[in-house]
Design a protein around this ligand. Structure first.
Ligand SMILES: *Cc1c(COP(=O)(O)O)cnc(C)c1O
Length: 489
């Protein structure tokens, strides 16, 4: 299977690339991103065949259908990392919460958020490719909280890859910061920045765009790569759990094979939702994908009105910070799939230059055949957290946004799979506030009061963070990042 570019080819980049090339250097002509030339057609037969498969067998079959140019033994090693999840037999539990609402829990990996679903296997694959090519890569990451820990964790001590991870000092939760600054490995560097997430992100973009920086890396025999959520090496693993969750509903006798369901996805950069869209295109019986947002509701507006409009908007900080995103990168792949490369390039360049675009009414109708959308503000989110808790289900603020979409967006009474993207331990002050009314608590106090209210215990890996030594004390001004990264290399 080859990969082509969402904004067409400029004649200077290769017209098509292999899977491994697409993941090693994910940017292409005109600033586009790589997409599969066509999607494998799996159909009902595939689902039937995999009713009794475990998660790894299913994942293996999906990767086989893409005919990726990765050795089978390497894929097996990568998928074996799911054995490190809470339950190796079932890394993604699907839990019934209401009559026709099921929550698919994507947070049972090492860093307690759904980024592990893709980054765990992806890290092994990338490191293996680098070793076989005799190349050294630097992964630069800027994080508002979940990507950083998951990226560090997956590349920790892996050969031929180094990671420098920038985070806004004071801009993450205590747990998220501790997950990063207690990571101790010679190939990892964690750098706190005086500033907010936008400062960290723009510092990173400057470095990525700097020829001088690339040249200096080259002197040090190092190439730049990226592990961000447009990398198809992440997207490919994010299709598997949608299929798995559907099969779980069949196994739990909530639906019959072939019955349709809604997928309900808390969305930021749209990688999770894109995985669901591709799964649907490959033959998973999905009525529609419900896109849940927080107050940064560009996606709600796009899907409801056809307008993507960043004018006069800036990111609003919310209690679901992993969704505090206005430029949602993976939407581009949907535009490409529905409207083709030429139109995608037109829309995306208008977004770049004028900060808005508008779909035609027939394009909007097309989009709405696949998606519905709603957004949920922080107060509503807390209400959903409280009412789910009253029914015995503890969830995080990202997951809560799905409950609003579930209530508002379904036109048919079909079973719905909502995705839970983080464990309660990662966003405990918000949850404690929702459940007990306490305000401004430190994570450790919030964790204790939630554990008490829920009659559970703080999971050991989270508790342990609070007594681990700080291995990564660096906090600097953004002007000093380049020097800091170069001396690390
Ligand atoms: C990254 C993240 C999201 C958003 O996922 P996208 O694939 O970027 O849409 C939602 N919730 C949590 C907890 C996350 O870490």
């Amino acid at each position: 299977m080859n990969f082509i570019e969402t904004r067409g080819n400029d004649g200077r980049h290769p017209a098509q690339v292999s899977f491994s090339e697409a993941i090693l250097s994910p940017m292409s002509s005109y600033g586009g991103i790589y997409v599969p030339e066509s999607l494998p057609q799996l159909g009902i037969k595939f689902l039937e065949r995999h009713l009794a498969s475990d998660y790894k067998q299913l994942a293996r079959a999906v990767l086989d259908a893409y005919q990726v140019d990765i050795e089978p033994a390497v894929i097996d090693q990568a998928l074996a990392l799911y054995d490190g999840f809470d339950d190796p037999q079932n890394p993604v539990p699907v839990v019934k919460v209401e009559d026709d609402l099921y929550v698919s829990e994507l947070y049972h990996g090492p860093t307690r958020a759904f980024k592990d679903m893709a980054l765990q296997p992806f890290g092994l694959v990338l490191s293996d490719l680098a070793q076989k090519r005799g190349e050294n890569y630097l992964i630069l990451a800027a994080t508002s909280g979940d990507t950083g820990p998951a990226t560090l964790e997956t590349f920790k001590n892996r050969p031929n890859v180094k990671v420098a991870c920038l985070y806004p000092d004071g801009g993450t939760s205590d747990v998220q910061r501790l997950q990063m600054v207690t990571e101790d490995a010679p190939n990892l560097k964690v750098i706190g920045i005086h500033g907010d997430f936008d400062d960290a992100q723009s510092a990173l973009k400057q470095l990525l765009a700097s020829d001088d920086f690339r040249a200096r890396l080259k002197e040090r025999n190092t190439l730049l790569s990226a592990a961000n959520s447009v990398n198809f090496g992440r997207i490919i693993f994010q299709q598997v759990y949608h299929i798995h969750s559907y099969l779980e509903l069949v196994r739990q006798q909530a639906i019959g094979l072939g019955d349709k369901v809604y997928l309900d996805v808390p969305s930021g950069n749209f990688g999770n939702a894109l995985g669901g869209y591709y799964a649907m295109k490959m033959g998973l019986p999905v009525e529609k994908i419900l896109i849940a947002s927080n107050r940064n509701n560009v996606l709600t507006e796009l899907i409801n009105t056809g307008r993507y409009d960043l004018r006069g908007r800036s990111v609003v900080p919310t209690s679901s910070p992993a969704m505090d995103i206005l430029k949602s990168s993976n939407i581009e792949r949907i535009l490409f799939d529905l409207f083709g490369a030429q139109r995608t390039r037109e829309l995306m360049s208008q977004l770049d230059s004028e900060r808005h675009y508008e779909l035609t009414s027939s394009e909007l109708a097309d989009l709405q055949r696949h998606f519905s959308a709603a957004f949920c503000d922080d107060e509503e989110g807390k209400t959903y957290i409280r009412s789910a808790f009253a029914k015995g289900y503890l969830m995080d603020p990202h997951t809560a946004t799905c409950f609003k979409a579930y209530e508002e967006c379904r036109d048919k009474p079909l079973p719905t799979i909502a995705y839970s993207t983080a464990e309660w331990t990662k966003f405990s002050p918000t949850i404690a506030n929702a459940l007990t009314g306490e305000v401004d608590s430190h994570d450790i106090d919030a964790l204790r009061s939630i554990a008490e209210a829920a009659k559970t215990t703080i999971p050991q890996p989270i508790q342990a963070l609070f007594s681990k030594p700080i291995a990564q004390p660096t906090v600097i001004d953004k002007e000093d990042i380049e020097q800091e990264v170069l001396s690390f290399i």
